[in-house]
Structure formats: C-alpha cells, structure tokens
Design a protein around this ligand. Structure first.
Ligand SMILES: [Zn+2]
Length: 426
C-alpha cells in the first residue's frame, strides 16, 4: 500500500474506533436501593446509551441531582444536564424491578429471596453514539449478606471488571451457585417444585444432547433462573443467552395454576430446549440483520423440537401440535408481509414459526438441520460473518437459490410460494 493511502486508511479506521466511555459504578445498599454512577475523564455534554430498545429509562432512572435528565431522540436515550452544560460525573437511583424490553435482555430479574440478576449492557454509555467495540470499566458493590456471582461463577462481595459487546448477567444476593456435571446453576428457591425439578432433570439432559449433536461448548454453561411473583395480573417468562450464561425469568401469579396442566411441562421443556439451543449455536447464532432472525430463532425452535422428540418421545403430541401451529401461523402471517419485512411490521413471531417450518421441510427433504448447523458453525468459527449468506453457502447451490427466493418473497406471492415449498399445497 502507498504511504498516503495507508495514512488515509488509518484515519478512516480512527473515525470508526471506540468512543470515549465513562467508568460505571453500581451499588446496592443495606436497604436494597440501587445506585449507578458515571465518571468521565473529560467533561462531556451527553452520555448516549449503547442499547435503547424503548424509552423506559426516563421513568425508571432518577438522577440524584435534579439538574440532570434522561432525554430521548431518534438515536435513543441519553443522559444530559437540563441546562446543556458539560459534566464529568452523574449519579442515578435505579428501579430494580423486572420489565420486558422488546428484543433485549431484562435490566433486572428479581429472585424471590431478595436476590437479583442484572444485565450489565443496560448501563453501557458513550460520549456520542457507541460504535459497538467499546470496553467499559465497571464495579459492583453488594451489601453485607449478599454476594456477587459473575460469568466465572465465583461469589464475591465486590467486583471490578471490564465489559463490552452485549455485556453479561451478574447475580447479587444470598444464593451460591450449585455445581453440576453439565452446568453451574443459580436457581430461585421460590420457583414451584415441579418447575425446579424439571429444570434440574431436563436441562442437563437437553444440554448433553446438544453437545453430542452440535459439538462441545467452549465454556461450562451457567443457568440463572429467577422468579418474580409480582407483575400486576400478568404472567410470562423470558429467556436469553449471553456467552456461557443462560437466563430464564418467570413472573406473575399464575405459575402454580399453569403447572397443574400436564402440557405445561412440555411447554417449559420446549422453553429450556430453545434457550439451550441458542447456547450451542454460540457465535454462529449472533446474526446481526434482524430480517435474518429466522436463521437462529427458527433454528433454536427446530433444535428444541428435535431434542424433545428424541429425549421425550412420549411428548410427541405436543411437538406435533407446535409444528402444525407454526406452519399455519407462518402462512397466515406471510399473507400480510414478506419474511424480511416481518420485524418492521411488528410480526417478529414469524421468524420463529416460518423458521421452524423451514428447517422441518429441509429435514423432510434430506437436508439434516443438525449437520447443516455443524457446517455453518464451522464456517463461522473460521471467521465468516454469521448470517444468511454463510448459512446458504452450506447448501447445494440449486437449493440455496430456491430458499433465497422464498426468503425474499412478498405478498401476494409469499404465502402461496411457501405453501407450495412446504408441501402443503392442495
Ligand atoms: Zn430465541
């Protein structure tokens, strides 16, 4: 490369380099109140959050100094002084309750014994828009009686660490992780016994099944299973995987009533298997383009179905029904939108239903989705960007061409094209 070009390349790289970031200090006091402090090395007028899936910080974060506010614009939420002046530190009181954030990890997932899991990525902020390659220095302090469990599974009173990317889950509370052969587990003692038993027995079996099918994981998984009894009259559960951490949260007052229905355990097995599949998808499941979510979400759905079919054949009525429902929901949805536009149209569920139907059709026509995932994972491990292109490249070119056309189809052609391909045409 010529020296001048080389300099230009260096400069343009510089423009994309990480933004200045504050140090982040989190603490919980004896009364259970949570405080967040940002400390900058040079004054700035705004701190912009790396993740703003909605505008809930404004209601849940109270700056201790009323001169500060949480604002929002087209680039998401930010912290600033009301008078627009620069600042070098800010302190905020947090609301440590569960909320659902669209397509993001819950900031706080309370345990019924007073413990709590938090997502570090919620607090990442930059001077200017974050570029995604920043690293933050964080600290966390717990009160007496509590300890902190981070990614490595060790309990401590206080913790300092460097974090970046999507962040990690940290537990603060009285529980000590339980070491099993397949996984390390922090399980809420308040979860109904039937559910705890299902987690204890089924999750290790499911993970061992995936390890055999998809190859061993890089690190021992850590399960963080929490239960918040309150959330108004609502009931629900949410899961997520961050590196070696598999999080599951249940909330609401209906859990015991639900567990009285025999098919509910099947539904929870599917939930465990779906999250477990994400863990074994690993890096290959980190697909950036939202319109390609069928790849990993549909993949996790199919792998879950496959795992339950082989480990719990007696539950086939449930898995058969899930598949049939997925096919009909997919076709109904594709009458309204193409799969690529589903996220924008608020029909994100189509990535699960159409994705499951797609992988199942591949299985029926001689392409084993497990073998496909192994090839795709191997390509990503060699440095390929996770996504549709690399995934399609693992298929014979003629099949890849048919699938690419299906994925791009829009109404009114989308539904009939998928119906024909899925083999359900009359
Ligand atoms: Zn998922």
């Amino acid at each position: 490369m010529k020296p001048l070009l080389w300099l230009a390349a260096l400069l343009s790289f510089g423009a994309l380099a990480a933004r200045p970031v504050p140090d982040i200090a989190l603490s919980k006091d004896d009364k259970g109140d949570w405080q967040l402090n940002y400390q900058l090395t040079a004054p700035a007028k705004q701190l912009r959050f790396a993740r703003s899936p909605d505008h809930s910080r404004a209601a849940r974060w109270q700056p201790l100094d009323p001169a500060f506010q949480i604002g929002q614009d087209q680039d998401g939420e930010y912290l600033a002084r009301k008078d627009g002046q620069a600042f070098s530190s800010a302190a905020i009181r947090l609301t440590p309750t569960y909320i659902y954030l669209p397509k993001d990890y819950a900031p706080f997932s309370p345990f019924s014994d007073g413990g709590l899991a938090l997502h570090s990525g919620r607090f990442f902020a930059c001077v200017g828009l974050c570029e995604g390659d920043e690293h933050w220095n964080l600290s966390l302090a717990a009160p007496k009686g509590d300890h902190i469990v981070s990614r490595d599974g060790q309990g401590r009173q206080s913790l300092r660490w460097q974090d970046g990317g999507e962040g990690q889950v940290l537990y603060v509370g009285p529980l000590q992780p339980r070491e099993g052969a397949e996984l390390r587990a922090l399980v809420d003692p308040g979860l109904p016994p039937a559910l705890r038993q299902a987690l204890d027995e089924a999750l290790p079996r499911i993970l061992a099944h995936y390890a055999k099918a998809l190859g061993p994981a890089r690190a021992k998984p850590m399960l963080i299973a929490s239960f918040g009894r309150t959330m108004g009259g609502q009931y629900g559960n949410q899961g997520g995987v961050l590196a070696n951490q598999i999080s599951m949260h249940w909330y609401g007052n209906q859990l015991e009533k639900l567990l009285a229905k025999p098919e509910q355990i099947s539904a929870f097995l599917w939930f465990f298997a779906h999250e477990g599949a994400h863990f074994y998808q690993g890096q290959a499941g980190q697909v950036r383009a939202q319109q390609d979510s069928w790849l990993h979400e549909g993949g996790a759905e199919w792998l879950a179905m496959d795992a339950i079919r082989s480990l719990y054949p007696e539950r086939s009525a449930f898995t058969d029904q899930k598949l049939e429902d997925a096919r009909s929901q997919c076709l109904a949805g594709l009458a309204q939108t193409g799969l690529e536009q589903a996220a924008q149209r608020g029909l994100f569920d189509l990535y699960y239903s159409c994705g499951l139907a797609l992988y199942q059709r591949l299985a029926e026509t001689g392409t084993d989705p497990v073998a496909l995932w192994r090839r795709y994972k191997a390509a990503v491990a060699k440095g390929a960007e996770p996504g549709r292109q690399v995934w399609l490249a693992q298929l014979p070119p003629s099949q890849a061409k048919v699938l690419a056309a299906l994925l791009a189809a829009t109404p009114p052609e989308a539904a009939p094209a998928w119906r024909h391909w899925l083999g359900t045409a009359p």
